[in-house]
Write a protein that binds this ligand. Structure first.
Ligand code: PMV
Length: 349
């Protein structure tokens, strides 16, 4: 009966990297070849919502994504379930009585939903795994550092465990214990910062990040150069720009880093194309706009898909949106725009 079911519901927002993660040095533990840094969106924007229920009556662990039952035996999902249960057992043996051992022996049913297109290069797996790990932790009563567990679901998920500006330290250890996320500054640090999402296409990406990264690690010399000689200095500069709320440096570093990531995709053999013609027109538009003001007011970044994420400051949002709608008129794209919100969405397809 319903009485015997315990459940918890949580939400986790998407994060958008300004220094990209691309390439693993350990595929099983999901350890990256370089550190990365992202901004986590607001709770009320693009997010995953997950309910985890447990009951003595459940015969097996099960999962539903956006209403459709999926295979619970996917290795990454199993890693997260196993690791969180292991953590509960460990805390319990360390004498922590807040952990719920009863639920530990029970099977779980997981229901997860995104309020945005899955696998369109909009970081759906990041929000999804962060949400799953956090919800499980609440259900089982375990607290503390959970980003190393979320990381084993999807690398970028570890950064969604924190709000604001978040760094994922690549770590040095082979066991991955030091490959964790850390908040650099809270969201309140830079209240004028805004993110706009220009939806170029809501379709599934042709090459997923796992397969793409693997080929890049195997074939791209630019990826090696980036990991060895670029990211560490760029990371220091980026953190300083954030601390000083220096948008023009933040924006330039963000665009350079996105461009280097997509250059690595082109340097991969066979090459991977995530950007399309609309993406490239957006890149040109941003540079023309900034050039007009002789100042970096707007910055783009692209993940493993053609959709543009725009970083800018509150005072430039409405003008930039006007410019975008001028060059991509709504009549031709049937787009919707969420005005006044920290995250806007302009459909350009
Ligand atoms: O966590 P994954 O496997 O979905 O990889 C994410 C990779 C990028 O989104 C392209 C970059 C990043 O750092 O988020």
């Amino acid at each position: 009966t319903a009485r015997d079911i315990t459940f918890v519901t949580c939400t986790a927002p998407v994060n958008i990297a300004v220094i990209k993660y691309w390439g693993k040095r350990d595929n099983d533990l999901i350890l990256p070849v370089n550190s990365s840094l992202s901004v986590t969106l607001h709770q009320d924007q693009l997010k995953s919502t997950t309910t985890v229920a447990c009951s003595a009556h459940f015969k097996e662990d099960r999962i539903w994504l956006n209403g459709k039952e999926e295979n619970i035996n996917q290795p990454r999902l199993q890693s997260c379930l196993k690791e969180i249960r292991r953590l509960v057992r460990k805390r319990r043996s360390d004498g922590d009585t807040s952990t719920d051992v009863l639920s530990l022996s029970h099977k779980v049913h997981i229901c997860s939903e995104n309020n945005f297109p899955t696998a369109a290069g909009l970081a759906s797996s990041a929000a999804g795994y962060a949400c799953l790990v956090y919800t499980l932790s609440r259900l089982l009563g375990v607290e503390g550092e959970l980003s190393a567990i979320a990381r084993q679901g999807s690398g970028s998920a570890c950064r969604s465990m924190y709000g604001g500006f978040v760094q994922w330290h690549m770590g040095m250890q082979a066991d991955g214990k030091d490959s964790v996320a850390e908040q650099v500054e809270p969201e309140s640090h830079w209240p004028e910062l805004r993110i706009l999402i220009l939806v170029v296409s809501a379709e599934r990406k042709p090459v997923g990040s796992t397969a793409g990264m693997q080929t890049s690690v195997e074939t791209s010399s630019l990826l090696k150069h980036r990991a060895q000689a670029v990211v560490s200095t760029r990371m220091d500069e980026m953190i300083l720009a954030i601390r000083q709320r220096d948008f023009s440096t933040f924006g330039e570093l963000t665009m350079r880093d996105s461009n280097q990531f997509h250059a690595i995709c082109l340097d991969t053999y066979p090459p991977i194309f995530y950007l399309n013609d609309v993406s490239r027109r957006i890149i040109s538009l941003v540079h023309r706009y900034n050039h007009h003001y002789r100042e970096t007011r707007v910055a783009y970044t692209f993940d493993a898909g053609p959709n543009a994420v725009i970083y800018t400051l509150q005072q430039h949002v409405s003008e930039f949106v006007q410019v975008v709608t001028h060059f991509f008129p709504p009549e031709t794209n049937g787009g919707e725009f969420l005005k006044g919100l920290p995250v806007g969405s302009v459909s350009l397809s």
